[in-house]
Design a protein around this ligand. Sequence first.
Ligand SMILES: NC(=O)c1ccc[n+]([C@@H]2O[C@H](COP(=O)([O-])OP(=O)(O)OC[C@H]3O[C@@H](n4cnc5c(N)ncnc54)[C@H](OP(=O)(O)O)[C@@H]3O)[C@@H](O)[C@H]2O)c1
Length: 296
Amino acid sequence: MQSTGNNNSGSVLVTGTSTGIGCAAVSTLANEGFHVFAGVRKPEDGEKVAVLAPPGRITPLIIDVTDPVSVSTAAAAVRTTLTTKNSFLAGIISNAGVGMIAPAPYLNEDILQYQTQTNLLGPMRLVRELLPIMQETLPGRNRRGRIYFVGTGAGIPSLVFPFLNIYMACKWGTEAFCQSLRLELQLLGEPIDVGMINPGFINTAMRGTTKNAVQGKVAIDARFGQTYGKLIQKFGEFGDRQRGTSPEVVAGKILEVMVAEKPRYRYRVGRDSFTTHLQALLPLGVQEWWIRQIYR
Ligand SMILES: NC(=O)c1ccc[n+]([C@@H]2O[C@H](COP(=O)([O-])OP(=O)(O)OC[C@H]3O[C@@H](n4cnc5c(N)ncnc54)[C@H](OP(=O)(O)O)[C@@H]3O)[C@@H](O)[C@H]2O)c1
């Protein structure tokens, strides 16, 4: 991997930068010479990320990916800033996401909206609004743009754990969107690389502990506790046993995406991401047997 470290690197937009992977990515990219549009939902988070690199390298931007107006307003601000700086949009990193553990019968409409709006429709909305700006501003065919999505686990295929139903469905849906977009751009001959970053367990606020279970969005009733309490607790304990990888390692992969001459389609991060991929190549019955042991 070659560091760019110069002012001709262009701009990269990252969503969900208040904490975790997104915050680490902003710091890494900006300190390696990229100008970064750092998507946050609260102005105070913008102030916090703006100081992660020398002045002028980071432009905080309010982006709530569930809100079409928020995304289009942010896109307009990106266009204006790039025009003023006579710069270009070199990268879009769709990172914002929310985790959730909930049994299927408890997936109420609030949860369905919350998960799909953030983890599935959000990334599509982002591309719809930002891709035209990348296409308009890329300076000639020797500069390639990058659009990468932060997925989960090994990507497809990987083990699918019970209670991660809607989260996994959204992340795998994003993978389908990613592959479709990649081919759309190839058919048009666009100089834009598209792919996935697949982290295993990363040591951020999202870690799959029981505190993320249902996130107060499920009206917990007696049946919930009786039927699912122990199973969800076991899953939480399994998550807690994983050593996890630091968000800075994921940020390093995002930098690699931006500076590699030919970025790969998929970047798995963390040993568990590779393990789950290998396990998912086993017959389904073997995978299911292994997963059931976690819940005993
Ligand atoms: N941590 C892991 O083990 C792990 C594993 C695999 C994949 N991932 C993926 O990695 C990505 C980053 O997660 P993380 O681990 O860094 O967790 P995190 O620290 O909880 O960060 C999530 C970020 O997403 C933002 N966000 C949430 N809803 C949003 C919305 N509607 N619009 C815009 N931003 C929103 C949050 O902002 P607020 O502060 O405003 O809520 C926060 O900045 C996610 O896509 C996640 O699915 C994480």
